[in-house]
Design a binder for this molecule. Structure first.
Ligand code: ADP
Length: 276
């Protein structure tokens, strides 16, 4: 097969695997550590709470966190043979179909991978997983704007992208670059909006006080500058951190400020995609 045939073959495989998926949504960020995976996991759970069929593909090859967030780190990925070809069965937890690049590669070694090798591995994982019928497939993307992000966003035919940032200048500068990449002529993916994570802290004993630890207004300013909606401001909280570490993301608890923020985010994204 020459390079063009290979590309065509790959596109067909992706299209076939995602044939019954209605919306493909990428969760991106300029930097690592801003809460991209936290948002991806809680968004997936919130969409499932509304009643949608949801899958979550963790393609953050440099730091796959979904196995930890769903406490499925040691789970074995099973295969199923269809027409002589082996496919991966997603792991189902909390009603969500999960697959992570972390099951297949050692992320400490992935840092040394060249772009095409990483992209091919990710594309293979996504296109060989039996996703079945889904309303939403959420992609937890690698942070930043390299070759891998470029290839993935053009190959997956995404319905839209959401960016996560903190209010710090360093995080914001990188989000600006990422948004510009997604909206460039080669990719042209609709930007659904921005999520400010760790936006403020509310002490339990002073519930009416909000402390903007990383500064106030940074994401609001960016959203105006780039003309994208600031969809939600998620507080920094011990509960989010603890539930993440325990593998039971906060959105599984039905009533808290944090889970309501994620539910509101899910509703806004769903409205946007249905009215697009
Ligand atoms: P990324 O995917 O951007 O690398 P993660 O979602 O893995 O970021 O989050 C990085 C760390 O910050 C994790 O330890 C996570 O539990 C914690 N974290 C993320 N969001 C919050 C928050 N709103 N409040 C408290 N801790 C958070």
């Amino acid at each position: 097969m020459n390079i063009f045939e290979q590309r065509k073959d790959r596109e067909q495989k992706i299209a076939q695997a995602l044939l019954n998926v209605k919306f493909l949504v990428a969760i991106g960020s300029g930097k690592g550590g801003v809460g991209k995976s936290t948002v991806a996991a809680n968004l997936a759970i919130s969409l499932a709470k509304i009643g949608f069929k949801v899958g979550l593909a963790d393609v953050d090859i440099y730091g796959p966190s979904i196995p930890t967030l769903f406490n499925i780190e040691n789970q074995e990925v099973l295969g199923e043979e269809i027409d002589g070809k082996l496919h991966f069965l997603p792991i189902e937890k909390f009603g969500i179909k999960l697959m992570s690049i972390g099951f297949f590669v050692d992320s400490s070694k992935a840092l040394m991978w060249r772009g095409p090798m990483a992209s091919n591995t990710i594309i293979q994982m996504v296109s060989e997983t039996l996703w079945g019928e889904l309303d939403y497939l959420i992609f937890d993307m690698p942070p930043g704007t390299g070759d891998i992000q470029l290839t993935l966003s053009s190959q997956f035919k995404l319905s839209g992208a959401v960016f996560v940032s903190t209010a710090q200048q360093l995080s914001i500068a990188d989000v600006r670059r990422a948004v510009n990449m997604f909206t460039s002529d080669e990719i042209k993916i609709p930007i659904l909006g921005l999520v400010e994570n760790m936006a403020y802290f509310v002490p339990k004993e002073l519930p009416n006080n909000k402390y903007y630890i990383f500064g106030k207004g940074g994401c609001e300013k960016l959203s105006k500058e780039l003309d994208i909606e600031l969809l939600e401001q998620i507080p920094i909280s011990k509960e989010i951190s603890e539930t993440n570490d325990n593998g039971n993301p906060i959105s599984l608890n039905s009533d808290s400020i944090e889970s309501n923020s994620f539910l509101s985010l899910a509703r806004k994204i769903n409205n946007k995609l249905n009215n697009q």
